[in-house]
Design a protein around this ligand. Sequence first.
Ligand SMILES: [Zn+2]
Length: 72
Amino acid sequence: MTYDQWKLSNSIDDGYGYDLVSNCCGASLDETEERCNECGEGCAAIEDYEYEEIQKENYLEDRSDAQRKYDE
Ligand SMILES: [Zn+2]
């Protein structure tokens, strides 16, 4: 694969592996100020795959909470 082909197939990838996103919205952020560009709140920078893990855990937690309520 030539560099051009690689570059085209990785147009979003900056070559460092993962993008940093805000932990509140999973959006882009000002990394120096740790401020979310989506909601404007202060946030922590996390890697995008970490944000997806958190979202998945929240979803599973919500679902098991709902399940428990249903069983009561
Ligand atoms: Zn936010």
